[in-house]
Design a protein around this ligand. Structure first.
Ligand SMILES: Cc1cc2nc3c(=O)[nH]c(=O)nc-3n(C[C@H](O)[C@H](O)[C@H](O)COP(=O)(O)OP(=O)(O)OC[C@H]3O[C@@H](n4cnc5c(N)ncnc54)[C@H](O)[C@@H]3O)c2cc1C
Length: 343
């Protein structure tokens, strides 16, 4: 992902920093959620300024910025964030050690107080350009219109078929030491990887524990130099093919091998493939990057005018803080585009 460097002038021009102006919350009656149907009847059929598809950390952060900018926002969310199986989330300021659900519930409760933001539980299945914006259809047959779209749909991690892997994902099979390394520091940890990735992961995870085993899950393709360096750090290399992760409620007990042997581990780090959680951006023609992320510019605009994307679906830097930050920025950029088009 390209590093984002914005000058102060660019930020003022594109983000507007209208955020800084004095805001009068008393203009709004804080009321419980009205139904979307009632809302549509109350307004005209133009309906929403922005539809946000994906109501997790990136989508909710954008909704907060847009809702506070008096934009009519609809969030369509299918309730499947990528971290839903992890018991506790870490490394997000003020929320360290909370469950993923607790974090989004607090956000949803706070956002619900803004009468400008509506929630719709469901799956968006298609999108199209219309004369005055975009239309999104849901799996249950509703259709909603908006001037702009934001895809905050995240990615779906692809689980290897090995028995027990999917059940342990996010609990004892981990992807990120910054999120989960501290809790298992200095412990009996494995790394499942091969080649260049294995070498990089050994270097990284060695910082959290010196009690490491590398499982190449088949013949090692490490170079002789890499193997020597790994061994110098007392990291054992095991080439056997893994047949199963024996576990209790997602906590690994033993790693079983095709040759019948087994090794006990507290946790393992590995990397898995991913696909976009939502294919609508690709279907409506948004350009993708080589790594299968939605291509966005410094202002989170996709290649289609009026369509934005933020969060994991655009970036390999996966963390709640980063997704939230992207959502907040994108909300401001979208509001600024709406202001520019109307003023
Ligand atoms: C196992 C695991 C553990 C993690 N632990 C941590 C941690 O401890 N700390 C940390 O900072 N980060 C952690 N992360 C990373 C963090 O969870 C992500 O960076 C973050 O969730 C990304 O937020 P997002 O809003 O972009 O996407 P997501 O949180 O994945 O949310 C995407 C949302 O879009 C919805 N959606 C997708 N398609 C559609 C559709 N067609 N219609 C309607 N809704 C749709 C989904 O249901 C989902 O609610 C972890 C990730 C994983 C996989």
């Amino acid at each position: 992902m390209k590093e984002i460097r914005l000058t102060r002038r660019q930020i003022l021009k594109n983000g507007g920093l209208v955020l800084a102006g004095a805001f009068a919350p008393s203009l709004f009656t804080l009321s419980p959620l009205t139904t979307i149907e009632k809302y549509i009847a109350m307004t005209d059929k133009t309906v929403f300024d922005v539809i946000i598809i994906g109501g997790s950390y990136a989508g909710l952060s954008a909704a907060l910025a847009l809702g506070r900018s008096m934009r009519k926002v609809l969030i369509i969310d299918s309730g499947k964030p990528c971290n839903r199986q992890t018991p506790y989330s870490h490394n997000f300021l003020t929320q360290d050690g909370q469950t993923p659900k607790q974090i989004s519930e607090v956000a949803k409760n706070q956002i619900s107080k803004y009468d400008t933001v509506k929630f719709h539980e469901g799956i968006a299945v298609s999108g199209m350009k219309t004369a005055d914006g975009f239309e999104i259809k849901t799996q249950s047959g509703e259709s909603f219109g908006a001037k702009k779209l934001l895809f905050a749909t995240g990615v779906a991690d692809e689980m290897p078929a090995t028995k027990g892997f999917a059940e342990c994902w996010g609990i004892s099979i981990l992807h990120c030491p910054y999120c989960h390394g501290y809790e298992i520091r200095d412990n009996n940890i494995g790394i499942i990887a091969n080649g260049e990735t294995a070498f990089e992961m050994c270097r990284l995870i060695n910082h959290w524990s010196k009690n490491l085993t590398l499982f190449t899950n088949g013949k090692s393709v490490l170079t002789a130099e890499q193997t020597k360096k790994i061994k110098q750090h007392h990291i054992q290399i095991i080439e056997g093919e893994i047949s199963e992760f024996e576990h209790s409620k997602g906590n690994i007990q033993n790693i079983l091998f095709k040759d019948g042997s087994k090794i006990s581990k507290v946790a393992v780090f590995t990397r898995v493939g991913f696909k976009q959680h939502c294919e609508i951006p690709r279907e409506i023609g948004c350009e993708m990057t080589e790594q299968n992320f939605i291509k966005v510019d410094d202002f989170n605009k996709t290649s289609i005018h009026g369509v934005f994307a933020a969060g994991d679906n655009t970036s390999m830097m996966r963390a709640i803080a980063i997704a939230s930050s992207a959502g907040t920025r994108t909300g401001a950029f979208m509001n600024k585009e709406l202001i520019d088009e109307a003023f």
